[in-house]
Design a binder for this molecule. Structure first.
Ligand code: HEM
Length: 419
């Protein structure tokens, strides 16, 4: 069919996916303020850490008026509203720790939160798209995009470590932008059998992934593992597969039955999902189902981009068919950099979760008077789990090993023809 032919030949571009040239998946210039009608939300959202600390957040939220979400019009208004309502919700549920979670989210919060979520196609819980992608501003608007010049819009408890955690993650996203921009180069190169363009695109992606790993190294500079483990983590936890909230959460005024949602996690970042689909990383069924479920926590157009990449002709097959040394090298370099990022990430998870978890267990076993130890305040239900709800280390190692299996087989590297 003529139209199908034209479709298959038309160039792949990022235009229709809400992905910006400069910022990738990051929301460009997030709004800092909502229309004045929403002042009651922002007044509380901006004080979440302080109100949680004084155990007053729930009573403030309970007294909040039920506002209509209809005066939110622009995409960026909806994103800021979702961010603010998410922060309030996480503070509300976890204010008293894992022992006294709220089972019902009151309707003055639940109803507008649900409506805003529906309009954005996001779940009614904090996501990476809120806490990281839409939660930043530059102190000096003309200044650089770096730690010194960045600030969060809304915070959770955890002081400077919260700032560090979300902003370093934002810098990892930023480092991935050149890779995102090169995805169409690679896809179109495969479509036109332009080996050089594919190799060039893959080289840019490799460098960008390496820069992501370097940005991730800043986590240990800006985030204190005991604060992360003992204070912050619970506020990112969800109500799916979480023993503290076995039934989930009732969103009052929305539905009488409780609903289950996973907590916020960078597993919801679209970057690695795109790379996996492009390079053809095949995950084991259990890891794959977790990762695919995480796509429901992304802005719908970002999820669509990942799906559309997965529908393209296989890059890995193309590389193997071309028998070109430079192309093989560029492909394997890309997989190697992704592998290195995942290995380093496992290292980070060990430092920020496994080690403090072992220390917390030890303190409990010794019946230690642990008032002074921040980590022993951590919820025990989360010990073996990620905030997204996964059994952490075995999952991450399986994902890493599957990445390794994507390297080209030795045989195909013994290239017969040079191009
Ligand atoms: C202190 C820092 C971090 C910790 C403790 C951490 C922890 C975790 C945990 C526990 C998981 C398992 C999934 C879950 O249940 O949520 C996970 C997955 C994941 N994290 Fe992180 N993470 C950190 C930073 C980051 C950053 C900055 C990124 C980059 C955007 C990132 C990207 C991912 C990805 C893509 C996955 C899914 C598994 C994969 O594709 O390899 N993480 N992380």
């Amino acid at each position: 069919m003529a139209s199908a032919e034209t479709d298959s030949k038309s160039l792949f571009s990022l235009e229709s996916y809400h992905v910006s040239e400069e910022h990738g998946f990051i929301l460009p210039e997030p709004l800092e303020e909502l229309p004045p009608y929403y002042k009651p939300w922002m007044d509380i959202a901006l004080r979440v850490p302080e109100l949680v600390h004084s155990h007053e957040l729930r009573s403030h939220v309970n007294k909040m008026p039920l506002l209509s979400s209809t005066f939110l019009q622009k995409h960026r208004e909806l994103r800021l509203a979702h961010l603010a309502l998410s922060m309030m919700t996480m503070g509300y549920i976890w204010q008293e720790g894992e022992k006294n979670t709220a089972e019902i989210l009151p309707q003055n919060l639940a109803v507008p939160y649900w409506e805003v979520s529906q309009r954005l196609g996001l779940p009614p819980i904090i996501t990476h798209a809120d806490a990281v992608l839409a939660n930043w501003k530059k102190k000096d608007p003309d200044g650089p995009f770096n730690m010194q010049n960045l600030e969060l819009l809304v915070r959770l408890p955890g002081g400077e470590s919260v700032r560090g955690f979300f902003l370093v993650t934002l810098l990892v996203e930023l480092a991935g932008v050149p890779a995102v921009r090169s995805i169409p180069t690679v896809i179109n190169g495969v479509r036109c059998s332009d080996t050089e363009a594919v190799a060039r695109g893959l080289e840019i992606i490799s460098k960008s992934i390496e820069d992501m790993t370097d940005a991730l190294r800043l986590m240990q500079v800006y985030v204190d593992p005991s604060v992360f483990y003992g204070i912050m983590r619970i506020y990112l936890s969800g109500w799916k597969d979480n023993p503290c909230m076995p039934k989930g959460l009732i969103y009052e005024g929305v539905q009488t039955e409780p609903m289950e949602y996973s907590g916020g996690s960078a597993a919801q970042s679209s970057l690695l999902h795109c790379f996996d689909e492009l390079l053809g990383v095949k995950h084991e069924p259990k890891s794959a189902s977790f990762l695919i479920r995480m796509r429901d926590y992304m802005p719908p157009l970002h999820k669509k981009l990942i799906q559309d990449i997965s529908l393209q002709p296989s890059l890995r097959n193309f590389v193997q068919q071309q028998d070109c040394k430079d192309l093989n090298k560029a492909f394997d370099l890309c997989v190697t950099k992704l592998l290195a990022l995942r290995s380093y990430h496992i290292n980070v998870v060990s430092r920020f979760i496994t080690v403090p978890a072992a220390r917390a267990r030890q303190l409990r076993e010794q019946n230690h008077d642990s008032d002074g130890e921040i980590i022993s305040r951590a919820p025990t239900a989360l010990e073996e789990r990620g905030t997204g709800g996964s059994g952490i280390m075995s999952f991450l190692k399986t994902v890493r090993d599957q990445t390794k299996d994507t390297l080209l087989p030795e045989a195909s590297k013994e290239v017969k023809h040079h191009s």
